[in-house]
Write a protein that binds this ligand. Structure first.
Ligand code: NDP
Ligand code: MG
Length: 391
């Protein structure tokens, strides 16, 4: 019996994880869960899986959670300290699936405690990747990539090391705007941006997929996870989302990680690694799909990819700036306060502004202080971001 902690238990990744646990009640026990503000959803999960501890991130919701769990004997807490307490609850594996920078401290706490982590929260590695991986090396915390592309690469890599690798490739579906022209993308609505053709995911990562910022964040994630230099990381647009990642070795061999586009596949891999279990996903039928297409990404219509590459190349706090500005701009777009096109323009403006004070902080608190100051600068800016000149 393996015990699990699920951070982000009410979200898209959290819910898919619970689906797999339901198939294997004899293998997994959930010891602690955390969510942001969905008290009813969190309490339902806590009750169904008889967890020991449940935490809600919003500090004001402590009494509501305690009331929702009254009579169950399940302990609860509220606020970031309680989410960290959930992360540190005894477990064999921590599923790190909180969305955004809110996931950084709880996941880092699990890393600092030397826990085994299944990492969905890519923002951890984009915001403070160097410090995150340094801490993992120090404590021996094993970080299993849960993000589908990185999980595919992890599987394709096998036991090989960085010296044997020529290149790594992440694929991207291209999102709902893959064939749209720049002006139409610029004016896209919330509903259009949320209509992902292949994947069902939370709102933030779905918007990031539409702008292709998701692939930019994932390049930075791959750099930290696998220790591969930025100029050896490629992106290929692959509309069918069947091949998720490829590893090209120095001898010319290429291995690919393939699966139907269903997050239960990489989640099940992380849960059972190094064994295999059923995930509930359907079997890949290549004859039914019949063809797989691969195209170069277009950096003009999708400037986010170019911005992420530049931030990774510049290093220091620039990926932190990219991530924080993007998170504010995406939230603003989702709330109807700015256009789709102003997301990359805002990020670009913030990268320019912070380039003058680029640095390499030594401690997590310093990285998070940069994150906070970028957020302060970004708020309001996204609504006035000027359009790109017509190409
Ligand atoms: P969702 O928006 O669906 O879920 C986010 C989860 O985080 C919810 O459980 C939410 O709780 C919780 N949460 C939000 N804020 C806090 C907080 N302050 N403290 C504790 N919990 C909090 O996101 P996804 O599941 O789509 O994504 C989660 C992460 O996984 C992201 O980093 C994303 O990039 C990554 N990822 C997701 C993929 C997907 O297919 N969905 C694929 C690859 C990576 P509440 O419900 O209460 O708001
Ligand atoms: Mg991904």
């Amino acid at each position: 019996m393996k015990s699990l902690v699920i951070l982000g238990a009410t979200g898209s990744i959290g819910t898919s994880t619970l689906d797999i646990v339901r198939i294997h009640p004899d293998r997994y026990r959930i010891s602690a869960v955390a969510a942001g503000s969905d008290v009813a959803g969190l309490a339902a999960v806590a009750r169904e899986f008889r967890v020991d501890f449940a935490a809600v991130g919003d500090a004001s919701l402590g009494p509501a959670l305690a009331e929702a769990l009254a009579g169950t004997g399940i302990a609860s807490g509220a606020g970031e300290a309680a989410v960290i307490e959930a992360a540190l609850h005894p477990s064999d594996l921590v599923i790190a699936a909180i969305v955004g920078t809110a996931g950084v401290r709880p996941t880092y706490a699990a890393v600092a405690a030397g826990r085994r982590i299944a990492l969905a929260n890519k923002e951890c590695l984009v915001c403070a990747g160097a410090e995150f991986m340094r801490k993992a090396r120090e404590t021996g915390a094993e970080v299993l990539p849960l993000d589908s592309e990185h999980n595919a690469i992890f599987q394709a890599l096998g036991r090989h090391t960085a010296a044997e690798i020529d290149r790594m490739t992440l694929t991207a579906s291209g999102g709902p705007f893959r064939t749209w022209d720049a002006a139409r993308i610029d004016a896209a609505t919330r509903a259009e941006a949320l209509a992902h053709p292949n994947w069902s995911m939370g709102a933030k990562v779905t918007i990031d997929s539409a702008s292709m910022m998701n692939k930019g964040l994932e390049l930075i994630e791959a750099h930290h996870l696998f220790g591969v230099a930025a100029d050896r990381l490629d992106v290929l647009v692959h509309p069918q989302s069947i091949v998720h990642g490829l590893v090209s070795f120095v001898d010319g061999s290429v291995t690919a990680g393939m699966a139907v586009p269903d997050m239960r596949v990489p989640i099940a891999h992380c849960l059972s690694h190094p064994e295999r279990i059923r995930s509930g996903a359907r079997t890949l039928d290549l004859a039914a799909i019949s063809r797989l297409d691969f195209l170069e990404p277009d950096p003009v219509r999708f400037p986010a990819l170019r911005l992420a590459r530049a931030a990774l190349a510049d290093g220091g706090i620039m990926p932190t700036v990219l991530n924080a500005a993007n998170e504010i701009a995406v939230a603003s777009f989702l709330e109807g306060r700015c256009t789709f096109g102003s997301i990359p323009r805002t990020v670009e403006a913030m990268l320019e502004r912070f380039a003058r004070s680029n640095s390499k902080p030594a401690h997590l608190d310093d990285w998070l202080e940069v994150d906070r100051s970028v957020r302060r600068e970004t708020v309001g800016h996204e609504r006035s971001a000027a359009p790109y000149p017509a190409h």
